[in-house]
Design a protein around this ligand. Structure first.
Ligand code: 3HC
Length: 304
């Protein structure tokens, strides 16, 4: 019955029977996805106090807050599989769990915030829209809302890039430099190439993934190449070329760099996890206070 449901595009709900491997693989992917959302808040959050105008500051504040919300929906979705939230966070803090390596790169200028929104969130939408049709109900439903918000994030990034390219020569250069830095990390968001992706075959069979890593990366490159033309910027790939069939030829990211990042050796990897652990520790009193409040409410309810 499980096979029939997933192969006919139906959805599995938390109370349905599912193979242990399906449960484990989904728990892994959803937890990694949740971690990526909250780790992604760090490089962008660092720009809130330095945004170039009040309008940009308000938008960035809302965006970073949205990412926290995405983390919450996703941790919630993973919990429906029986995964404990404290255990997931321990996996993140200890380095046992992965998160999207693109956030292990730095954001030295405002241009990076714009490019990250345009390309990073653009890549996230291409990857996540099909996940809204994935075979696990709670994950698919979380993705519907996440994608609506990511779509707003991508547009704000593109609009911030448009403002930079319409500005002074220095601002235009800032946009180009940021595109040069963010192009390769954006390609990395889609994962390893299909022939080096150990999880894809099972995920496709189970309807978790609807498209392979390479199929989605191609879709993203086709879309981003057209958008770079609108901005009048150059994608830092000399091999990028629009073919007659409407798709682009392009170069894959450097696989040695990708593999090193997977091992947790990205430029800001240590800083990201250290910061996350410190934030968790600093928030301990909030969790204790909430627990004390909950305990009091339960005790009062029982007493009455
Ligand atoms: N960064 C870190 N780890 C990655 C990775 C990346 N960019 N790409 C792949 N990996 C990991 C996989 O998680 C997997 O880990 P494992 O060793 O624990 O199994 C391993 O490398 C092998 O990769 P596979 O391709 O075989 O794994 P998957 O089938 O899971 O595919 C994926 C990888 C395409 C990232 C898939 O897990 C996925 O679609 N995940 C959900 C989306 C997601 O997590 N996106 C992260 C972006 S967060 C975001 O969008 C925030 C926004 O604001 C920008």
């Amino acid at each position: 019955m499980f096979e029939e449901i997933v192969q006919t595009g139906g959805q599995i709900e938390p109370s349905d029977w599912m193979p242990d491997k399906y449960r484990a693989s989904l728990s892994r992917q959803i937890a990694q996805h949740a971690h990526s959302e909250i780790i992604g808040m760090q490089p962008e959050g660092a720009w809130i106090t330095r945004a170039p105008s009040l309008r940009r500051k308000a938008i960035l504040l809302a965006k970073v807050q949205d990412e926290a919300g995405h983390g919450l929906y996703l941790y919630g979705a993973a919990e429906t599989l029986g995964t404990d939230r404290a255990e997931m966070l321990e996996g993140l803090h200890s380095g046992r769990h992965k998160y999207a390596m693109s956030f292990d790169y730095g954001m030295p200028t405002w241009g990076d915030v714009a490019a990250m929104g345009w390309l990073g969130d653009g890549a996230a939408i291409v990857n996540q829209v099909p996940l809204a049709r994935c075979s696990y109900g709670p994950y698919a439903r979380a993705m519907v809302r996440v994608c609506k918000e990511e779509s707003f994030h991508q547009r704000q990034g593109f609009e911030a890039m448009q403002a930079l390219v319409a500005g002074t020569p220095q601002q235009r250069q800032m946009a180009q430099d940021a595109l040069d830095r963010w192009w390769w990390p954006a390609l990395m968001l889609f994962g390893p190439p299909d022939d080096a992706s150990p999880r894809t075959a099972d995920s496709m069979r189970w309807g978790i993934k609807r498209y392979t890593n390479d199929e989605l990366r191609q879709r993203f490159v086709d879309m981003a190449a057209a958008q770079a033309d609108v901005l009048g910027l150059t994608i830092p790939d000399p091999a990028l070329r629009l073919r007659e069939d409407g798709h682009c030829d392009f170069t894959l990211m450097d696989l040695e760099e990708f593999t090193a990042n997977l091992r947790g050796e990205g430029p800001y990897a240590t800083q990201r996890r250290d910061h996350r652990r410190a934030a968790h520790q600093d928030g301990a009193w909030v969790r204790e206070a909430m627990q004390a409040y909950d305990d009091r409410v339960v005790a009062a309810r029982e007493a009455s």
